[in-house]
Design a protein around this ligand. Structure first.
Ligand SMILES: Cn1c(SCC(=O)Nc2ccccc2)nc2c(=O)[nH]c(N)nc21
Length: 285
């Protein structure tokens, strides 16, 4: 299986695990907080990630941290569109828009984005139709509950089965809305309504999601679970744990990895690729 995604003219080959670099355009992610500075800093960061070897860049204007407040659509547009325009001009990389709002999807694709990354799985009003009309690939992610409340004692009978069923349903809904299966990527949504144990079970059984017949994206970078396992309080001190987790995800079939630390992840994947290339199954004599 070596699918390719046509991201608004920029082709993303999924013949091997690819690295999605995170470009947050939220004032809290840059010290100054001023709009212009935030824009400049976000663009500079995106270019740095491109230089580090990212295969695509994920631009997001609304923090989806547990308990985060909703951002108005005008504010989300003000943050993301200028960054997407600049990055689309200054790099040849596919750019994904991290949003759940149809208006932001439309404006982002018009500005040069070629992939919709929706943590809400296109469940907002009008999102499915907007994504279908835009004709770009989509990432459908699992979330239990809402960002505000999802981490209040999340519970599952069988987390893998329930996430698997949700993703199968979202694939079906997307296909019914006119989104071809070859334009769909799924994602178990690490940290979105999951305890550490749930996240570990999902990672250990990540191959299960390959049964859905579409590429799998994994995003564990610097998340709380990594912090809990390593005892690293500060997000920027979770690089090593994040690289380990994403290597495991790659070994268990993930073809897209959403990361902050591109250079470190690219190096780890190079080592893994070299060994994986060795272990080609011997042809029957
Ligand atoms: C937009 N987005 C996010 S934001 C949450 C985050 O990074 N939290 C976080 C980051 C750093 C430290 C602590 C928490 N996570 C995913 C994901 O896992 N998959 C897909 N497809 N998109 C995603």
């Amino acid at each position: 299986l070596s699918p390719t995604l046509d991201c608004n003219g920029r082709v993303l080959k999924l013949d091997r695990p690819r690295v999605m670099g995170i470009v947050n355009v939220t004032p809290d992610s840059f010290s100054d907080g001023g709009a212009h500075d935030t824009l400049e800093a976000a663009v500079a960061h995106g270019l740095t990630l491109a230089a580090e070897g990212a295969d695509l860049l994920d631009v997001g204007g609304e923090s989806t941290r547990p308990g985060a407040a909703e951002v108005a659509v005008e504010e989300e547009l003000r943050r993301t569109i200028p960054v997407i325009e600049r990055l689309a001009r200054e790099t040849a990389l596919p750019i994904s828009i991290d949003t759940s709002k149809p208006e932001v999807m439309r404006a982002a694709v018009a500005a040069g984005a070629g992939l919709i990354n929706d943590v809400y799985g296109l469940r907002r009003e009008g999102a499915l139709d907007a994504a279908a009309a835009l004709g770009v690939p989509v990432v459908l992610m699992h979330m239990q509950g809402e960002p505000r409340s999802m981490q209040h004692e999340p519970q599952y009978e069988d987390v893998v089965a329930e996430v698997h069923r949700f993703l199968a349903e979202r694939i079906f809904a997307a296909e019914m809305a006119g989104i071809a299966k070859k334009r769909i990527v799924v994602d178990p949504g690490f940290g979105f309504g999951k305890t550490l144990q749930h996240n570990l079970t999902l990672l250990a059984q990540l191959e299960r999601f390959g049964e859905l017949g579409v590429p799998v994206l994994a995003g564990l970078s610097r998340k709380r679970s990594i912090g809990e396992l390593t005892g690293r309080e500060a997000a920027r001190e979770r690089v090593h744990g994040s690289v380990a987790a994403h290597l495991i995800a790659a070994q268990r079939g993930a073809r897209l990895l959403r990361v902050h630390d591109v250079a470190a992840t690219v190096d780890a994947l190079k080592v893994w690729e070299a060994v994986a290339a060795q272990a080609q199954p011997r042809r029957a004599a």
